[in-house]
Design a protein around this ligand. Structure first.
Ligand code: NAD
Length: 294
């Protein structure tokens, strides 16, 4: 049993904190949203009056916050110097590499072990404890981090040193965003050419066009049972979230000098679709955009 402070109990953090409670840990939780905190309490967490209150006395701190500025602010004001010496600090949010490295540096200067550990697997993975964690940390600290994350994970993978977890996450999601547009374009073209969607799906699934966006998450309804396309693109991974990750990727590309022209095109397309009021729909709804549906 570990005393864990969990900060940020939204769509992801709520389910993750509940998994830790289920594994027998003592979880003290805080969120700016009273409703989120109440939901966490109903799932076995002890609510705290502030982030500082949650962190004081914790053996480990996990943050699951919207973006880089939130993470920087919470660590500076409420975690560093407040958590007991020796506490393990893990940020599971998806944020920019620079913010992750900044917080890691500040944490090291204050004598803490820190890891950036963004996740893949969405809200369903958070609830089921089947997330993939991409971890940036000192090699010597990894075993301890892996053990703490295990109740929430199907895989905990060390990507490298501080910031490498975030780098892996944005590279993966840039690839995903691009490949989904490719799958949508292929279905849209097949339709214009009079090729049945299910025939194209069967053939491409066994040919060199095969990819996760096609065979595990088909944007065309009726082909993959669990895909959000079967639920009118509700739930799943929102266009706005994909856009956030593509913006992080483009910012990282600009800062590092990498050429990512398809990532840039993907960002522009998801941004257009979002501006048409589709930010909350699953990102595979890009098929509707390309078919001219609004
Ligand atoms: P969310 O908006 O549902 O939850 C974030 C929570 O943080 C909110 O409840 C908010 O009130 C709280 N918060 C904000 N500032 C705070 C502060 N200063 N102190 C305490 N609480 C604060 O977002 P989410 O969907 O849970 O995503 C969290 C992170 O996980 C994001 O970085 C996101 O990119 C990443 N992520 C999300 C998904 C997904 O499918 N939702 C998948 C993978 C990664």
């Amino acid at each position: 049993m570990t005393r864990i402070a969990f900060i940020g109990l939204g769509n992801m953090g709520g389910g993750m904190a509940a998994r830790l409670v289920g594994a027998g840990h003592e979880v003290t939780a805080f969120d700016l949203s009273a409703a989120a905190l109440e939901r966490a309490e109903a799932r076995g967490c002890t609510p705290a009056a502030s982030a500082r209150d949650a962190v004081a006395g914790a053996e480990a701190v996990i943050t699951m916050l919207p973006a880089g500025p939130h993470v920087r602010a919470v660590y500076a004001a409420d975690v560093l110097g407040v958590a007991p010496a020796g506490a393990l600090l893990i940020d599971g949010s998806t944020i920019d590499v620079e913010s992750a490295r900044h917080v890691a540096g500040e944490a090291a200067a204050a004598g803490y072990v820190f890891a950036d550990a963004p996740v893949s697997g969405g809200t369903a993975g958070a609830e089921a404890g089947t997330l993939a964690f991409m971890v940036g940390c000192d090699e010597a600290a990894f075993a301890r981090i892996e053990a703490l994350l295990a109740p929430m994970a199907r895989a905990v993978l060390r990507a490298g040193d501080h910031g490498a977890g975030q780098a892996a996450k944005i590279c993966n999601n840039m690839l995903l965003g691009i490949s989904m547009i490719g799958a949508c374009e292929a279905f849209a073209l097949a339709e214009r050419l009079g090729l049945e969607a299910d025939r194209f799906f069967d053939i491409a699934s066994k040919s060199s066009g095969q990819c996760w966006s096609l065979t595990s998450y088909s944007p065309w309804p009726g082909l993959v049972e669990t895909a959000p396309s079967n639920r009118d693109y509700e739930g799943g991974f929102a266009v706005a979230m994909m856009l956030k990750d593509l913006k992080l990727a483009q910012a990282a590309a600009a800062a590092s000098g990498a050429s990512t022209p398809l990532g840039g095109q993907a960002e522009a397309l998801y941004a257009l679709w979002e501006r048409q009021g589709n930010g909350g729909r699953d990102f595979s709804s890009m098929l509707q955009f390309l078919r001219g549906e609004t």
